[in-house]
Write a protein that binds this ligand. Structure first.
Ligand code: DOR
Length: 422
């Protein structure tokens, strides 16, 4: 039934069908599209492109013992200012999320601080209480480290096989960090690319696909080459840094561009774009480290790049430049990740989650001093981007013209939590 008074009416929204209509929101969901009703608040959207809020299914919000790098407040402010309304936190925290108690404490920390929707994944390591964490609300299992990375030890194939069969029995989604690591610690970005090669990544993806039990849902995180996408059995994710950056754009020993999997050369980067249609999800792998940590010698500097705030803005600039379609950005940043995770979809039908970001026409340039992550730097400095001016989280104007307003962040538990309560 149409509510007598709505919480918020978005006026003159350009719908994906091309029609303009009013979106009537109450209780955090879309109630009606079309006829205007009385509302506590209205927002005229006629000069904006409206996107459903992005679901960034791969972020490291840090917090806890690593709050110097980032915390849930700054990390989710950064998300919202970039049009992301749900973040999925990875479990390679300090300590890693291996028990229901640790998972619950993490969710509690997020509930206290987050300014947007969030979910938390469970760590996949020997001895982890996978069933307990499923029941406690873990969204997915992983990223599972099939190779070592920052705050994660690589698992051998036999261990992986055993853990995968547990996840399969629990009906879970396994998310995988697949790489092959060879040789000594790298001293330059080109070395890093050789040590964790694109060919090795594709082999690792194939190996993991082959050893996983039939029927296990697999999701491959941050694939950096076209060949890896071709090798995957499951859904595939890529990052903005592998799409927009090559190591050739940086000084040889610039540790800020050090990330796992590594940035590739220009040719490989272009090859990744050639598979745009085959990419299920774009996720940021937001992995902030402080400039002090990044000032360490290359061999020992931590890997990771901040990116939750710049992900959709970079893609929106590519839309404005006519390189990709708006529909593909909506699909890969919002609808597909929500479907893979089982999170209600944000959109334009009655019953949809009322999460949106509104983008102006103008392209601007990324300026790290204007971003909200604690680390204060970005490898995308100077890149073309379109930032949202208004962001709605659960039917509330969370961010307007650069200011953060009151929000009602929501925790999205995994499907196992919901079934364990029935
Ligand atoms: O570069 C990376 N940094 N890759 C990962 O897999 C982990 C991440 C981190 O947590 O810093």
């Amino acid at each position: 039934m149409l509510p007598v008074t709505a919480d918020l009416v978005l006026r003159n929204v350009a719908l994906p069908t091309g029609r303009r209509a009013d979106v009537v929101i109450a209780g955090g969901i879309v109630r009606h599209i079309g006829a205007p009703v009385r509302a506590d608040e209205t927002l005229d959207c006629s000069r904006y492109t409206c996107l459903p809020g992005a679901v960034d299914m791969h972020v490291h919000m840090r917090g806890g013992a690593q709050a110097e790098k980032e915390d849930w407040r700054t990390g989710t402010m950064s998300a919202v200012a970039g049009g992301v309304t749900v973040v999925v936190d990875q479990p390679n925290t300090v300590p890693p999320l291996t028990t229901p108690a640790l998972l619950r404490a993490r969710i509690y920390e997020a509930e206290e601080q987050a300014v947007c929707g969030f979910a938390v994944n469970a760590s996949v390591v020997p001895g982890a209480d996978l069933a307990g964490m499923r029941d406690a609300g873990a969204m997915a299992f992983g990223e599972t480290f099939a190779a070592p990375s920052s705050y994660g030890e690589g698992l051998d194939p036999e261990t992986l096989r055993g853990l995968f069969s547990c996840i399969h029995a629990l009906g879970g989604l396994a998310t995988i960090h697949a790489e092959e690591v060879r040789g000594p610690a790298p001293a330059t970005l080109a070395d890093h690319d050789r040590t964790r090669s694109g060919a090795g990544e594709a082999r690792a993806v194939r190996g993991v696909s082959d050893l996983a039990p039939e029927g296990l849902r697999l999701h491959f995180c941050h694939l950096s080459t076209a060949a890896s996408i071709g090798a995957a059995r499951g859904t595939v994710e890529v990052t903005p840094h592998h799409l927009f950056l090559s190591y050739e754009m940086f000084e040889d020993d610039d540790t800020r561009a050090r990330v796992n999997p590594p940035l590739r050369d220009e040719e490989t980067r272009r090859g990744l774009w050639s598979r745009w249609d085959a990419i299920d999800v774009v996720a940021s792998d937001h992995a902030p480290h402080t400039l002090r940590e990044k000032a360490l010698p290359f061999e020992i500097a931590p890997s990771g790049i901040p990116g939750v705030e710049t992900m959709v803005p970079l893609l929106m600039a590519a839309v404005r430049e006519g390189r990709i379609t708006l529909a593909s950005v909506i699909e890969k940043t919002s609808w597909r990740p929500a479907a893979i995770l089982g999170i209600p979809r944000a959109g334009f039908e009655p019953g949809d989650r009322a999460d949106y970001a509104f983008y102006p026409d103008e392209i601007t340039r990324i300026d790290a001093s204007c971003l909200h992550a604690k680390c204060g730097w970005s490898p995308f400095e100077g890149f073309a981007a379109v930032f949202p001016e208004e962001v709605i989280v659960r039917g509330t104007r969370a961010y307007a013209q650069g200011d953060f307003r009151e929000t009602h962040p929501a925790w999205y538990p995994g499907q196992g939590y919901l079934s364990s309560k029935n």
